[in-house]
Design a binder for this molecule. Sequence first.
Ligand code: NAG
Ligand code: NAG
Length: 196
Amino acid sequence: MIGKLQLVLYIAFCTLCSAGVTAPDLPDPSRVITDVNTDGKSVFYSGLPVPVPVVENLNGALFRLGYITERPPVSINDETDIDFYEASLENLPPLVPAGGGPAVWYIDTPPNASSPLHRTISIDIVVQLQGEIELTLDSGETRLLKTGDLTIQRAAMHAWRNPSLTEWSRMIGVMSEVQPVVVGNTTITATLPTAT
Ligand SMILES: *[C@@H]1O[C@H](CO)[C@@H](O)[C@H](O)[C@H]1NC(C)=O
Ligand SMILES: *[C@@H]1O[C@H](CO)[C@@H](O)[C@H](O)[C@H]1NC(C)=O
């Protein structure tokens, strides 16, 4: 959180600050996990920190892994799934893990930043949580997504751009690998943005 004084100073000097001052990034979200204890009572799992930290920076966009499971239907006995998530935080999976288990990513895009065009062979259920983001497809079609808006992305070649010069954008994407996607006689392939 920035204080009122800092905000006033930021606004006052912002015309001068295009190169030097950047908007503060968004705070770590809280992620709580429930469990059922040996007495059969439902409780909150306490084995992982509640704030979700940034684990990857792709072209300035900050990625946090909110959860991930193995190929469904998963076993949650003996906290098998939580162990898998914890291991994945240590040893990061690709954006879309193989096998169709969903990866839940928080994706924060800085003001006036954009991703390169990319495609994953997946269904991505993307909810805009904060700020706005513009989604452009390789056809040139574009849509502006606002807080609460939902995108069902089906292996599209796409780029994200935050049109705001001052506000970060936060979205959450639940990404699951799909069967090979055939267009005409060609199986299309993933084109991934690379880490910077
Ligand atoms: C916003 O981004 C564009 C494209 O990278 C750049 O040309 C422009 O200078 C940026 N605007 C500001 C205010 O930083
Ligand atoms: C797909 O392959 C078939 C058989 O080789 C061919 O007849 C057809 O024209 C192809 N279609 C396209 C869209 O390339």
